[in-house]
Write a protein that binds this ligand. Structure first.
Ligand code: ZN
Length: 558
C-alpha cells in the first residue's frame, strides 16, 4: 500500500505502518487530502504491484547509512525514527524501487498477497501526540483467501450496525456535545431509565451480598490527594485544583479515600471484618481528546466501585465471593463468555515480596477453586498489588475489559487504616478494590453494542407500546396503558392519527419489545392483540394473560 501511495503521490512522506490485531495501517504525510474516494485507485495500483510478483529483499545497513539513505529520499519521519533507534545495524526491505525501514519478517514476494481491502482514511497525529503534525492514516485488511476477507468485511458491517454512537442517537439514549464538553455524557430519558434499572438492580444485589451502600462528594481537599499519593503518581489524569476560601480542592479521580474515611470514622475490631463498602461513585479523569470514544472512553464516569477491608486470612474467601458475584451480574446482563487474567508483581511495587506472594496465591487459589480458566499477565499488576481482570465477550466475540479485583497493600498504609486484633493491638487490614461493570457509561456502551439496541425486556426503556387503530380506540387504549403502568411496566400509548402500519414501523425502529394493537375487536372482547419486536405475531389475548407473560420475562431478566 505504501508503495502504491508513493507511486500515485510522489510528494508523500512515509511515517509508520504496522500490522494491527485486525489488519494494518500506514500513516502518510501527504500534501493532497485523501478521502475514501481515493481508495479504489490505490487498490488498483496495489493490484499491479501484487501481480508483478516482485520479491521482498532484506538488506542490512548501519544506522548511519540508513539515515543518509532516507535523508536523500526526503523521508524525514524515517530519519527521526532512525535517530532514536539504539541498534547499530538496521534492516530495510526492498521491492522494485520501493524501500522501507522494517524489522521484518516479511512475505517472500508481493504475489503472496491474496486478498485485501482498504477500509478507511482517518487523521492521526504523528506519534499520537496532538502537538505534532496531523497525518493521514489509511486502514486496510488482508487475508490468505477471499472467503476469509469477505467474512471479515461482513463482521465490520455488523460492528458498524451495532455502533453505540449511532444507536445512541437513533434510539435517543444519550448525547455528548461541544457546548457541555468532550467526554461528558448527557443521559437522555430513554437512556437514563435504563441506567436507573441497572442501578436499582446493582444496589439491591449488593445489599443482598453483604455490602453497605455509600454516597460521597465529588471534590475533596488537595491535601487528601497528596496523602494518598495521587498528586504524585496520578497527576496527569487529574484536573487542576480549584480554590475555595483559600484552600485548594480537587475533583476526585477515585472513590477509595472517601471510603477509607468512612471506615476510619469508627474504631474497627477484627470481629467487624470484612467490611464491604459499595458506591456508584462518579469520578473525573483527564483523557486526551484524541482517545475519547463515545461512551467507551469518557472524562466523567460512574464506577460501580466497592472496597473490602479484611484480614489476610479472609482474602481468598472474599475473592471467591467477588468472583461469584461478578459472574452472576455479568450473566444477568447477557455475558457468559469471558477471558480472565491474573496480573502479577510489576517491576516497581510497594509492599514486601512475602505479601505479594501470599496475595497472588490467594487470587490464584480462588480462580482454581472455582475451576475458572485464566491466563497469567506477568508484571501487569498495579504497583500496589496483584489483580484479576475479567474481559467479557460480546455476541461478536469482541473482548471488553469490565471487571477488576485488585488487592492493595499501599493505601491502608498511607492513610493509616487499622483494626483491633483479639489482643487489642492495631493491625493493618488488606484492602480489595473491585468494580464489576467498570463504569456505567462504558458498560452501557457495551450493552448497546451487544444487543444492537434491542435490550431485553427488563432493561428496555419502553416495554410495551399500545397502538390504536383509530380515534374510537383511544379511551380503551388509555385504560390498558394505566392498567399496565399500575403493574410497574413502562408503557407508551400512540394515539396519533396515523395508519397502524406506520405506528408499528416506528415502534419497531425504536426496538420496543412488545406492541399491543387495539381495534374494534379488541375493544369489544376486552383484549389486546400482541406482536413481538422480531415481528412474531402472538395474537389476541386477555390483558391478564399479557401481564403474566411480561412479568415472568422481567422477573427472570430474560
Ligand atoms: Zn479503590
Amino acid at each position: 500500500m505504501a508503495h502504491a501511495v508513493k507511486e500515485l503521490y510522489p510528494d508523500v512522506r512515509l511515517a509508520i505502518g504496522p500490522p494491527t490485531s485486525d489488519g494494518f495501517y500506514y500513516d502518510f504525510d501527504c500534501p493532497k487530502s485523501l478521502t475514501n474516494d481515493d481508495l479504489p485507485k490505490i487498490e488498483e495500483k496495489m493490484r499491479e504491484i501484487i501481480n508483478a510478483d516482485r520479491p521482498f529483499v532484506r538488506k542490512e545497513l548501519s544506522r548511519e547509512e540508513a539515515v543518509t539513505f532516507f535523508r536523500k529520499r526526503c523521508e524525514s519521519y524515517k530519519v527521526e525514527l532512525l535517530e532514536e533507534i539504539e541498534d547499530e545495524v538496521v534492516s530495510v526491505y526492498e521491492e522494485g524501487d520501493f524501500v522501507d525501514l522494517c524489522r521484518g519478517s516479511h512475505l517472500k514476494s508481493t504475489g503472496d498477497v491474496k486478498a485485501f481491502k482498504l477500509l478507511s482514511v482517518a487523521g492521526a497525529y504523528w506519534r499520537g501526540d496532538e502537538n505534532n503534525k496531523m497525518l493521514q492514516r489509511i486502514y486496510g485488511a488482508a487475508f490468505p483467501e477471499e472467503k476469509k476477507l469477505n467474512e471479515y468485511l461482513d463482521f465490520l458491517e455488523e460492528v458498524k450496525r451495532r455502533d453505540h454512537r449511532r444507536l445512541g442517537k437513533e434510539l435517543d439514549l444519550y448525547s455528548i456535545n461541544d457546548e457541555i464538553g468532550a467526554g461528558l455524557v448527557l443521559w437522555h430519558p430513554r437512556g437514563a431509565i435504563i441506567r436507573k434499572v441497572i442501578e436499582d438492580f446493582w444496589r439491591d444485589e449488593h445489599q443482598k451480598a453483604g455490602y453497605q451502600i455509600l454516597y460521597t462528594p465529588h471534590i475533596a481537599k488537595l491535601d487528601l490527594w497528596k496523602k494518598t499519593g495521587h498528586v504524585k503518581f496520578y497527576a496527569e489524569n487529574m484536573y487542576s485544583p480549584m480554590e475555595i476560601e483559600g484552600l485548594e480542592y480537587e475533583i476526585k479521580p477515585m472513590n477509595c479515600p472517601f471510603h477509607i474515611s468512612i471506615y476510619k470514622s469508627h474504631l474497627r475490631s477484627y470481629r467487624d471484618l470484612p467490611v464491604r463498602f459499595a458506591e456508584l461513585g462518579t469520578v473525573y479523569r483527564h483523557e486526551r481528546s484524541g482517545v475519547l470514544h463515545g461512551l467507551l472512553r469518557v472524562r466523567g464516569f460512574t464506577q460501580d466501585d466497592a472496597h473490602i477491608f479484611c484480614n489476610e486470612e479472609q482474602i481468598e474467601d472474599e475473592v471467591l465471593r467477588v468472583l461469584d458475584f461478578t459472574l452472576f451480574i455479568l450473566k444477568t446482563f447477557g455475558f457468559s463468555d469471558y477471558d480472565i487474567y491474573l496480573s502479577t508483581r510489576p517491576e516497581k511495587y510497594v509492599g514486601t515480596l512475602d505479601e505479594w506472594e501470599r496475595a497472588t496465591n490467594a487470587l490464584r487459589d480462588a480462580l482454581e477453586h472455582k475451576g475458572l480458566k485464566y491466563s497469567i499477565d506477568p508484571g501487569e499488576g498495579v504497583f500496589y498489588g496483584p489483580k484479576i481482570d475479567i474481559k467479557v465477550k460480546d455476541c461478536l466475540g469482541r473482548p471488553w475489559q469490565c471487571s477488576t479485583i485488585q488487592v492493595d497493600f499501599n493505601i491502608p498504609e498511607r492513610l493509616d487504616v487499622t483494626y483491633r486484633g483479639s489482643d487489642s493491638k492495631a493491625y493493618r487490614p488488606i484492602m480489595i478494590h473491585r468494580a464489576l461493570m467498570g463504569s456505567l457509561e462504558r458498560f452501557f456502551g457495551i450493552l448497546i453494542e451487544h444487543y444492537a439496541g434491542a435490550f431485553p425486556l427488563w432493561l428496555s426503556p419502553v416495554q410495551v407500546s399500545i397502538l390504536t387503530i383509530s380515534q374510537h380506540h383511544v379511551e380503551y387504549g388509555m385504560s390498558i396503558m394505566e392498567a399496565l403502568r399500575r403493574e410497574g411496566l413502562r408503557v407508551e400509548l400512540d394515539t396519533r392519527n396515523e395508519k397502524v402500519g406506520y405506528k408499528i414501523r416506528e415502534a419497531t425502529l425504536l426496538k420496543t419489545p412488545y406492541l399491543c394493537i387495539i381495534g374494534d375487536k379488541e375493544k369489544a372482547n376486552n383484549s389486546v392483540n400482541v406482536r413481538k419486536r422480531g415481528g412474531e405475531n402472538i395474537g389476541e389475548m386477555s390483558l391478564e394473560n399479557l401481564k403474566t407473560i411480561l412479568k415472568e420475562e422481567i422477573t427472570n431478566r430474560r
